[in-house]
Design a protein around this ligand. Structure first.
Ligand code: PLP
Length: 415
């Protein structure tokens, strides 16, 4: 691996060269979606320019090339998360679909009234609503590990909630609001002792740290390509092969069958049993280029770079007395997401003023409404970092924040 050089990396991302409102873009909305390197854009263009064809069904050259490229990314994805086999990787549209797939295909025929599903108070709606729907359909009950005031979960609280009634634990690896890295490995161990299986939501974690599903010991794990330099419209579900084999299909249609009669059908082998219809072939192939890019830079180097950026940002915020940081203020078990509120300045107003300075952040509930209630705020501002962000960009963020504060002091808003 070459030494990490952020300036070299930035040149690979064409959008970073643009201006917004006359100012160089500072893109700090990476937890929502990341920008794409030229190699991903080129790989997708190359697929549509040279070998666009439907996969698996054709016997012509283009179909064979497309199938080979698509299936190669399945193997690459398995290697990326250290999965034991490419058979354990199901391609979906996004992390949300992966969780819905698992919830229905695993849960619908297994859960009984009174069974419990254990979540945390800081889950993204994607890792909450599907379980609410499953609970409604089966009579299962949702339980929640509380979050501490500094945005962490504590293992004794997890342990206290685990019992033989808990059949599944679904927990984020990295909070999209707090940036907290949860003790996923320890949670898996505790859950397995009680006979529960564990799904990890790696939608945020997968772009920022090395993931090893075998070391984690999890039973399922999900992520979205678009948050890890890949295109939108592609996600993945990893699940233990024996679980996938026992699970019912989620969607029915072409490709997921072995044989079909007028009134019945038998299912294809895993993972194809879960990929009904024509998938996002070009997107999956583009995702392969994103994984190659992440691998080339190195996940440990990316994590170390983002660690420095986040530590610097948190330090800078200590000079803003009006700021409340939500989540860990120390750089222990923490990734590059910083959610904050500024006294007297609504996050949406702040976001608009920052955009005027070319600084893109997010303002809102971050698809975590119950967590906003727990924090006692309707919304927060959120800056989130990626491998291509720089210390100078953190300075630009802080300058823009100071500018917004000065603007609001001059002109109190009438609502
Ligand atoms: N889980 C977490 C922690 C997230 O941050 C997100 C998206 O922000 C999701 C799940 C859902 O991802 P997607 O919208 O790509 O399905």
């Amino acid at each position: 691996m070459n030494a990490f050089n952020v300036e070299t990396i930035r040149k690979d991302f064409p959008v970073l060269a643009r201006t917004v409102n006359g100012k160089p873009l500072v893109y700090l909305d990476n937890a929502a979606t990341t920008q794409k390197p030229q190699s991903v854009i080129d790989t997708i263009t190359d697929y549509y320019s040279r070998y666009n064809a439907n996969i698996h069904r054709g016997i012509h050259t283009l179909a064979e090339e497309a199938t080979e490229a698509y299936e190669a990314v399945r193997s690459q994805t398995a290697r990326f998360i250290h999965a034991p086999s490419e058979r354990t990787i199901v391609f979906t549209r996004n992390a949300t679909e992966s969780i819905n797939l698992f919830a229905w295909a695993w849960g619908r025929s297994r859960l009984r009234a009174g069974d419990e599903i254990l979540l945390t108070e800081m889950e993204h709606h994607a890792n909450l609503i599907p379980w609410q729907m499953l609970a409604r359909a089966t009579g299962a009950v949702l339980r929640f590990v509380p979050v501490t005031d500094d945005g962490r979960i504590e293992l004794p609280r997890v342990e206290a909630l685990l019992s033989p009634r808990v059949k599944l634990v679904a927990i984020t690896m990295m909070s999209n609001v707090f940036g907290t890295l949860t003790p996923a490995r320890a949670v898996v161990e505790l859950a397995h002792k009680q006979g529960a299986i564990v799904l990890l939501d790696a939608a945020q974690a997968a772009a920022h740290m090395a993931i090893d599903v075998q070391a984690l010991g999890c039973d399922a794990l999900v992520f979205s390509a678009h948050k890890m330099l890949g295109p939108t419209g592609v996600g993945a579900l990893y699940a233990r092969q024996d679980l996938l084999e026992q699970m019912d299909p989620f969607l029915g249609g072409g490709e997921m069958i072995l044989d079909v009669q007028l009134t019945s059908a038998t299912w294809n082998e895993v993972p194809w049993k879960f990929e009904a219809g024509t998938p996002n072939i070009g997107g999956v192939i583009g995702f392969g280029a994103a994984l190659s890019y992440l691998e080339k830079v190195g996940m440990d180097a990316i994590q170390a770079h983002e660690h420095k950026l986040t530590a610097y940002a948190l330090e800078q915020f200590t000079h803003v007395p009006e700021a409340t940081i939500h989540g860990p203020t120390q750089m222990i078990d923490r990734g590059g997401v910083v959610a904050f509120n500024l006294e007297g300045l609504h996050p949406h107003d702040l976001g608009t003023l920052l955009d005027g300075e070319g600084v893109a952040i997010r303002a809102g509930h971050h698809c975590a409404k119950p967590l906003m209630r727990r924090l006692g705020v309707p919304a927060t501002a959120r800056a989130s970092f990626s491998l291509y962000n720089t210390m100078d960009e953190v300075d630009r963020l802080m300058e823009a924040i100071r500018g917004a504060q000065a603007f609001f002091k001059r002109q109190p808003v009438k609502r």
